[in-house]
Design a binder for this molecule. Structure first.
Ligand code: ATP
Ligand code: MG
Length: 336
């Protein structure tokens, strides 16, 4: 089976965009691929953070993914810090990565600028710069064929491909050069409060995001207060580009499987309030079983530990194979 690898940071709460744009696709990949899903907790310490919150959110994140349908029996769910090899491989790859390339990465420029502005007294750890090398290691350690990511991760994936090629040329063919896999549908769910920017974990305005664990009443309230327009023409139409209507139609279409045109027909003549109510109902129904499953799993600490141990064991097996090869090619003496 071809290998799929995908990684997610454990910081922040999962939202409707994460679900429709990413997690839902990951769930469908479990059938045809050998899947490795890593929670990349080591990436989380590249910016200021709180250790006890990190520990809590890493476990919480795993519980949410299982609740969404990632099945520990069909894929390896693991924490990056549990598998030996990620940082080791990152070191070797870092020695092949030009410094200037890292300094030019968009995410580094954004995040380092933000840190300078946000009172870390100008401190920028070198981990923020070498982050993309660790990410390349996360992927190449499993010799993945495909990596499903959002548009925002494209630049990091291109670097990963170049690093793989550089290693293969410097030593000998070792790594598959992984395919970048960006979804066509649900790839960009917008904020309910600002339809011009995407729904985001790091958006401080929580009213703009529907979180996976929001209570039904909260979900309904957020949809009712979603920004639409003040157009006297109250049509529900996807071509009202400057309003929040196309985003609400996209969401309902992605959740219900009905086409945008069918929905425009179904809601012609409906009030905005009724339309928003229908979108809210669909999302409440979508999240209800996920929330129930989450409640059950998150209370079962021993089951979570079992999942993490099994995931780490199978990931470690594959990682170990890669690392023996890499160390041998790099010229290190075999450890007896
Ligand atoms: P942050 O704002 O901190 O970057 P995020 O909301 O973008 O957080 P990530 O953890 O970066 O969330 O992304 C997890 C996955 O969800 C990625 O594959 C990403 O492409 C996808 N994703 C994130 N936001 C959206 C969105 N609004 N619509 C569709 N997919 C999204
Ligand atoms: Mg993001």
């Amino acid at each position: 089976k071809p290998v799929i690898l995908t990684c997610a940071q454990s910081t922040g709460k999962l939202h409707l965009g994460n679900y429709l744009g990413a997690i839902r696709n990951w769930v469908s990949y479990q059938e045809g691929y050998e899947c490795f899903f890593g929670i990349v907790d080591m990436h989380a310490i590249t910016v200021p953070y709180n250790p006890s919150e990190l520990r809590k959110s890493s476990l919480d994140c795993i519980a949410q993914y299982i609740a969404c349908g990632l099945d520990p029996a069909k894929c390896s769910l693991f924490l990056q810090s549990h598998v030996i090899g990620h940082t080791e491989l990152a070191w070797v790859l870092g020695c092949l990565t030009p410094l200037g390339r890292l300094e030019r990465m968009t995410q580094f420029k954004d995040k380092s600028r933000k840190q300078q502005d946000e009172g870390s007294a100008g401190f920028i750890g070198s981990g923020l710069l070498t982050y993309p090398v660790l990410m390349a290691a996360d992927i190449l350690l499993y010799n993945a064929d495909r990596v499903p990511v959002g548009e925002d991760q494209k630049q990091h994936l291109e670097l990963t491909r170049d690093i793989a090629t550089k290693f293969n040329e410097t030593y000998s063919p070792t790594f598959k050069v992984p395919e970048i896999d960006i979804p066509k549908q649900g790839a960009r769910v917008m904020s309910l409060q600002n339809p011009q920017s995407k729904m985001s974990k790091s958006d401080p305005n929580q009213a703009g995001s529907i979180y996976l664990l929001d209570e039904p009443a909260v979900i309904r309230k957020k949809f009712q207060s979603a920004v639409t327009d003040s157009d006297p023409d109250r049509r529900i139409s996807a071509d009202k580009q400057d309003s929040g209507i196309p985003n609400l139609l996209e969401i309902l279409s992605a959740v219900s499987g009905k086409s945008i045109e069918a929905l425009e027909g179904e809601f012609s003549g409906a009030s905005y309030a009724d339309f928003k109510g229908a979108v809210a109902d669909a999302v409440v129904d979508l999240f209800e079983p996920i929330q129930a499953k989450y409640k059950a799993i998150s209370q079962d600490k021993s089951e979570l530990n079992r999942v993490l141990k099994a995931g780490a064991d199978s990931a470690q097996k594959r990682a170990y194979k890669t690392m023996s090869k890499v160390y041998r090619k790099a010229g290190f003496v075999e450890r007896i």
